[in-house]
Design a protein around this ligand. Structure first.
Ligand SMILES: *Cc1c(COP(=O)(O)O)cnc(C)c1O
Length: 383
């Protein structure tokens, strides 16, 4: 079955009770038993819920995995992965990663005796010098936020396999429409389903997809034992989101391309970060591991003036100034004052988050309207 059919039919079946084509919202915490232990596969909704299970199966299908797990948030899903480890274990992580992931690793799990090494993985060879007998996990996020750096998943997986270390990939930005990490050798795929999977900015959710039964069983145990599950209503919404993932992503990519080209040719713009541009430093890897280039774009205005960047994002009318990404509506953000404000200026500038960097999550509106909106906002600055 091809991807565009899987989003609608992959591991998805009509409801067993009445044949409802859309999985009903089983808004229940518990299930009647005929005799103690005599139930129809469901006892308590932290452990199993039919709506959540339907979503988990669909997630597994679109990522080419055997097992899917849904959580209360992306961070709850990452939390479950790190709970596979024990004190003394070490993790090698990308250094350019989602701020909340960095906070979870350093402010929560370092306190439990897990050691994290943050490494620039654009040069994959660097990873190997951090591997020792305590290394249990390599953590990769690609493309990264907001600099759109690309890491070669297949090359990292070769190192992970050689040293028998698990490889987990945060696939939130790419989605399985663009890249499928399990096929490239990863052991665990993670999503903030809050973003493109849900796709409508109406829920917060996380997901994990794995192939190996042993890892899956451990994660199901943690999911139930720690209990950071998502509810049936959100499961329904995410399942509904998956059904249009391919058509949404196709348009995100088309609009993303048109806007990246428009920005790259704009006289007031210094630099555009988008994996589809030929001058992207990792364009060769992009072409190898991604089927298209997505709708996430960052750019810097000439002169790198903080106030002018603020002026642009304030003047946008169709793009909403907001955190988050991946919904049908276009969003704009100013990392230096929003997502990366807590990082000292010197530190954030080292990774490229300069004062006049603006990040766009390009939605699926008419691209002419989006470009006209950017044009009028850019006309408000002098240079
Ligand atoms: C949003 C995000 C997360 C965290 O997910 P939540 O659903 O907000 O908990 C993790 N990784 C990436 C790349 C994200 O964009």
């Amino acid at each position: 079955m091809k991807f565009n059919t899987k989003t609608i039919h992959g591991k998805q079946e009509p409801d067993k009770a009445y044949g409802a084509v859309m999985q009903p919202i089983y808004q229940t915490s518990t299930y009647a038993q005929s005799t103690p232990g005599g139930h129809k596969g469901y006892e308590y909704s932290r452990t199993h819920n039919p709506t959540r299970n339907a979503l988990e199966n669909a997630l597994a299908s679109i990522e080419n995995g055997n097992y899917g797990l849904a959580f209360a948030s992306g961070l709850a899903a990452i939390d479950a992965i790190i709970k596979l480890l024990k004190p003394g274990d070490e993790v090698i992580s990308t250094n350019d990663l989602y701020g909340g992931t960095y906070r979870l690793f350093t402010r929560i799990f370092e306190g439990f005796g897990i050691k994290f090494h943050f490494v620039g993985m654009e040069n994959v060879a660097k990873i190997e010098s951090y591997v020792n007998e305590n290394t249990k996990l390599i953590w990769v996020e690609t493309p990264t936020n907001p600099m759109m750096n690309i890491i070669d998943i297949e090359a990292v997986s070769v190192i992970a396999k050689k040293h028998q270390v698990m490889l987990a990939v945060d696939n939130t930005f790419a989605t399985p429409y663009l890249q499928r990490p399990l096929d490239l050798g990863a052991d665990i795929v993670m999503h903030s389903a809050t973003k493109y999977i849900g796709g409508h900015s109406d829920l917060v959710m996380g997901a994990l997809i794995v192939n190996d039964k042993e890892i899956a069983d451990k994660l199901y145990f943690i999911q139930n034992a720690s209990g950071a599950i998502c509810g049936p209503m959100d499961s329904f919404l995410a399942l509904r989101g998956i059904k249009t993932l391919h058509v949404r992503m196709q348009r995100h990519c088309e609009n993303g391309k048109a806007i990246a080209v428009y920005l790259a040719n704009h006289p007031k713009i210094e630099k555009v970060y988008w994996p589809g541009l030929k001058n992207h430093p990792n364009h060769a890897i992009v072409k190898k591991q991604m089927d298209d280039f997505g709708g996430m774009i960052s750019f810097v205005i000439k002169g790198n003036n903080y106030e002018e960047a603020i002026k642009i994002v304030e003047n946008l009318k169709i793009f909403t100034l907001a955190e988050s990404l991946g919904g049908v509506e276009s969003l704009a953000g100013h990392p230096a004052s929003m997502t990366h404000a807590s990082i000292p200026k010197e530190e954030r500038e080292k990774i490229g988050v300069v004062d006049a960097l603006i990040r766009l999550s390009v939605g699926i509106e008419d691209v002419d309207d989006l470009i006209a909106d950017l044009e009028q906002a850019l006309s408000k600055i002098t240079k």
